[in-house]
Design a protein around this ligand. Sequence first.
Ligand code: ITT
Length: 201
Amino acid sequence: MLPLLVATRNPGKLCEYAQIFAGLNIELRTLTDVGIDDEVEETGATFAENARLKAETYMQLSGLPTLADDSGLEVAALNGAPGVYSARYGGVTGRAQLEYLLKQLEDVPFHNRVARFVCCIALARPGYAIEYTEGTLSGVIEFEPRGEGGFGYDPLFYVLDAHMTLAEMTPEQKNAISHRAVAAQAAREILARWQIESGAA
Ligand code: ITT
């Protein structure tokens, strides 16, 4: 079994990864499992930089192959904001963050409210160069929140093909199309190769 540290404190994310990596001969460990309390500050200017900072630091601390991701929302009319600042946009969290985003887009018509979610995954293992994958999901920012599922900006993120917001989807529906799922599928390919290279296949 190839051990893999998944560097997140978000239990929802861990579940998503466990589902996508099912069938690989890989044993997922969390930061809690390996006793790491240190927080890595996300000081990078890009999602890839933040993912790398986390993957590299936690790999060094644990000595284990490590997966870390960074994700966020980019709104075209706001020049890509909130981007890497998605978690602390407007200095507020939770529902207030949705209000803040709506305020920024107050006079912007539907056709100019295009946005995308981006997820970048960095995979680090001792002695090798870091490998990256990326996934995106396109949508439109709604005029008011709809749906109770998901987290973060999901109630405002309308997916044109699905005719609903991400928060109106079941977890299965969201996981079939999400930026994180696309990046994780690509990561699965890399992990399958690592497994063979390490003789754990
Ligand atoms: P960790 O850093 O512990 O992994 P996190 O929840 O902070 O967990 P990210 O840094 O990857 O996750 O995401 C930053 C923010 O981007 C997050 O707080 C949300 O506001 C937003 N976001 C990311 N993915 C999202 C999704 O699938 N749906 C809604 N919002 C999302």
